[in-house]
Design a protein around this ligand. Structure first.
Ligand code: ASP
Ligand code: MG
Length: 407
């Protein structure tokens, strides 16, 4: 059972969460509880680090920002003890949750189960784990990246062969799209790992993308549900294998991301190695390039367009300009359009249904929305459009693909 920041935001909410844990213990379960920091805490800690040291040492960043979870883990264990549930808290290093040494974005390598198993064997019913943190091979505290306690939760579920992994959050499940954009958004009873992976990486913030990757790899039954709703078997959304979903719409959801930028290198030489010369340095500079389009060339020159998050535009410009100064690439102009948004439709049904892209483009045409860049994968079609049309596009697509009705 994982409780996110809003579910442990106050002592009262910790008590409510602990009651849910108590219910599972009463059913005979041993429970591993993963907690986030109280909501807002991690942001505050990150702020303190940045104010103290703008070019901070990542090891100390982790030492500071991991601390929010330590507090909630101890408080949750105490709350359970007050309810006469035998519980003990564990920080990442105590388990130990072993990670790489990529501070701030460490990856989990191994979770040995002996320490916890020994305690369970002695009668402990609940192990409360500080999410988001682990220990590097050098013995330093690491963190798993923002939203990382989802990944902690799935990793523990996989390591211990848990029956279920319940993620308690402030929304009551995964929706066909953001309910703030259209009231017709519908909660999905089930969604496949692959669709969830696309939605998570497209900016649906319910689950950290890596947690879905892990769940898919280890076939962890993942349920997303609200800690503010009465528990029931139908509560929330189950993220599972596609075989377990009987009825599915061709399109499962419409996702968007507001903070996209489109950058174009105008008139680059079209020769072998040019893409490597552009995107190699961008990768080294840590720019998350998403869509890439190379135009047909004329007279040996072409335009190269890519998208990246708006807040990485400066970094991208710097990297490209440096490559130009070194003579590795040349181009006539570098144009950044920071007023774009990405809208995507996702669904495994696209594998067997044709015409989804055509239908998407017709809707956008009918709304008079110009498409700037298109990319597709087997189960996803994404377009870049002017940001001011983003909501309109999401609403129109949600209507067209009939997402307010279940299949
Ligand atoms: N507290 C961390 C964060 O805010 C980790 C988490 O809650 O998932 O990013
Ligand atoms: Mg989260």
């Amino acid at each position: 059972m994982k409780f996110g920041g809003t579910s442990v935001a106050t002592l009262d909410r910790i008590r409510r969460a602990a009651k849910r844990v108590g219910v599972e213990v009463a059913k005979g379960y041993e429970v591993i509880v993963i907690v986030s920091a109280m909501s807002g805490k991690t942001n505050e800690l990150v702020g303190w680090v940045q104010e103290t040291s703008p070019l901070f040492d990542a090891r100390e960043y982790d030492a500071v920002v991991s601390s929010g979870e330590n507090v909630t883990a101890g408080l949750m264990a105490l709350t359970l003890q007050e309810m006469d549930v035998p519980a003990r808290s564990w920080q990442g290093w105590q388990v130990p949750l072993k990670t790489t040494s990529a501070h701030g974005a460490a990856r989990i390598e191994e979770i040995p189960t002996q320490n916890l198993d020994a305690k369970f064997a002695q009668g402990m019913k609940v192990a409360v784990i500080a999410g988001f943190q682990g220990i590097s091979p050098e013995g330093r505290i690491t963190t798993l990246g923002r939203g990382g306690s989802d990944t902690s939760a799935v990793a523990f579920a996989a390591a211990f062969g848990a029956d279920r992994c319940d993620i308690y959050t402030d929304v009551d499940g995964v929706y066909t799209t953001d309910p703030r954009i259209t009231s017709k958004a519908r909660k999905l009873a089930k969604i496949s790992y692959e669709e969830m992976l696309e939605l998570a990486s497209l900016g649906a913030k319910v689950l950290q993308t890596r947690s879905v990757e892990l769940a898919m790899r280890y076939k962890v039954k993942l349920r997303v549900l609200s800690s503010f709703e009465e528990p029931s078997d139908e509560a929330g959304t189950l993220v599972c294998d596609e075989e377990e979903i009987m009825e599915k719409n061709v399109v499962a959801g419409v996702a968007y991301s507001r903070d996209e930028a489109k950058m174009t290198l105008v008139s680059v030489a079209d020769r072998p190695g040019i893409a490597a010369a552009i995107f190699g340095p961008l990768a080294e500079a840590g720019v998350n390039v998403d869509m890439i389009v190379q135009n047909i060339s004329e007279d040996g020159r072409t335009d190269m367009t890519f998208s990246c998050p708006t807040d990485q535009v400066a970094r991208a410009e710097k990297s490209i300009t440096e490559a130009k100064d070194k003579g590795e690439i040349n181009f006539h102009d570098l144009v950044a359009d920071t007023d774009v948004a990405k809208v995507s439709v996702v669904g495994i049904g696209m594998r067997s249904h044709t015409g989804v892209a055509a239908q998407m483009f017709q809707v956008l045409r009918d709304e008079g929305i110009n498409i700037k860049v298109i990319t597709t994968s087997e189960i996803k079609i994404s377009v870049l459009i002017d940001r001011k049309y983003m909501e309109l596009a999401v609403q129109a697509l949600h209507d067209t693909f009939g997402l307010e009705r279940s299949a």
